[in-house]
Design a protein around this ligand. Structure first.
Ligand code: RAT
Ligand code: ZN
Length: 416
């Protein structure tokens, strides 16, 4: 293999960057909503600053009690984050940098460090037009939401027939059902499902009725759950029984994938609330067991621990009903995206979805995708350069096809 000339690599980089920048993305896991979901849609500078990633970072520098922080109004929390992470020290963390990228791409002058000016800009935006602007700047075509029928606020928006926004697709999130069955039971009963704490045949058929009704009501593209590192299957627990008797049969019958987000240790520090979750290495055998024993069920899987990434790729080589996606949460950092994306391309070729944004605040689509795009483009450049060194020059059209696959086409093909 000959060494590739620098100008050829540069030409490849230009072609790849252009394709990566211009391809409109399907963002397959987010926590944002259309504006018809009113207060559920978070946007603007105070929401950006009170992102739970930034709260965790802020609290490391403060002596203030956690409860004292939570008792502050959101504006005051945002001001404290701004002062602590942006003014008193340089905002080098990925989540801090993200705020700056977002403001800068919105045309604001970050060099001024002028929180009030940023607030004024957001106060002048009309939310529906602003959504268009963010989607345009992020070059995102559509997003998949996280939709929890056990969330009292969210449920109302699904039960009335307000107009849907096709850019926002639903995912039926089942953490409450699978991870806290005892709290799900009274709610299911209240909604008219004839269930009991014991998972007997009546309960199984009623939970399946619940799943199908909600999949239809939301027109959901998949079912999803976040799972602890200790996740085991098969298992005699309510979760194990519900997965085997309700989720998997429903996934098979409806053709909807079951998305498993594995490796979160909930509330390691409960005082930090949403910012208090941590990570642990999970057991890949569980993923392999499910894929092997349920070949007619589609599994979308992301794992939170860096240590699980290699074996997850190997598992996906063995099972085509397993679609690996995203660099989730604590992995959504440049050095890790680079490493994980390289490894996935080397082991899986283009048969995966390298990233999702996990945006909780609308505006985050701008920075999460700007940052990820840059890294993915660089990794792809190296890969196409390696091919060129072997005498295989990918055409512009081929590069665009491949980027399209990574940024949504693979996902839609898998979903069916
Ligand atoms: O990344 C996050 O914001 C986490 O808090 C979680 O939402 C995680 O992505 C999840 O979907 O459970
Ligand atoms: Zn998420």
């Amino acid at each position: 293999m000959t060494e590739l000339r620098a100008d050829i690599k540069c030409a490849i980089r230009n072609q790849v960057s252009q394709a990566v920048d211009e391809t409109l993305i399907t963002d397959i896991h987010t926590h944002i909503y259309p504006h018809t979901f009113e207060a559920l849609l978070l946007w603007g500078i105070d929401e950006l600053l009170t992102y739970h990633y930034l709260i965790a970072e802020t609290m490391r520098y403060l002596d203030m009690g956690y409860e004292h922080f939570w008792a502050l109004p959101k504006r005051a929390q945002a001001e404290l984050v701004w002062k602590t992470l942006f003014i008193e020290r340089s905002p080098v963390s990925e989540a801090c940098r993200g705020v700056l990228t977002t403001l800068e791409k919105l045309g604001l002058d970050v060099s001024k460090r002028d929180l009030e000016a940023y607030r004024k800009f957001f106060a002048e935006q009309k939310v529906d037009k602003y959504i268009d602007k963010v989607f345009e700047l992020a070059r995102v075509k559509c997003v998949v939401m996280t939709n929890d029928p056990f969330d009292d606020t969210e449920i109302g928006y699904w039960l009335d027939s307000r107009q849907r926004d096709e850019r926002f697709r639903a995912a039926l999130r089942l953490d409450a059902l699978l991870n806290s069955w005892h709290t799900a039971v009274p709610k299911l009963k209240e909604w008219g499902y004839n269930v009991s704490s014991e998972i007997n045949s009546q309960t199984v058929s009623e939970v399946r009725r619940f799943l199908v009704e909600w999949l239809n009501r939301m027109n959901a593209v998949y079912m999803a759950v976040s799972l602890p590192p200790s996740f085991a299957f098969p298992e005699a627990s309510p979760r194990g029984q519900l997965i085997s008797e309700c989720i998997l049969p429903t996934a098979r019958e409806t053709g909807k994938p079951f998305a498993m987000m594995i490796g979160v240790k909930k509330l390691t520090n409960p005082a930090l609330r949403l910012a208090g979750d941590s990570v642990g290495k999970a057991n890949i055998d569980v993923v392999e067991y499910l894929c092997a024993n349920y070949p007619d069920v589609k599994f979308l899987v992301t794992m939170l621990s860096r240590e699980n990434q290699h074996e997850l790729c190997v598992a996906a080589r063995k099972f085509r009903n397993l679609h690996v996606f995203g660099c989730w949460w604590f992995l959504n950092n440049p050095s890790l995206i680079d490493e994980i994306t390289r490894m996935r391309l080397e082991l899986l070729g283009l048969s995966m979805t390298p990233q999702h944004s996990d945006a909780r605040v609308l505006d985050q689509l701008i920075y999460k995708w700007a940052h990820s795009r840059r890294i993915i483009a660089e990794v792809l450049t190296d890969k196409y350069a390696d091919l060129a060194a072997a005498g295989w020059q990918a055409t512009e059209q081929e590069i665009r096809r491949d980027v399209g696959a990574l940024f949504g086409d693979n996902f839609w093909r898998f979903v069916g």
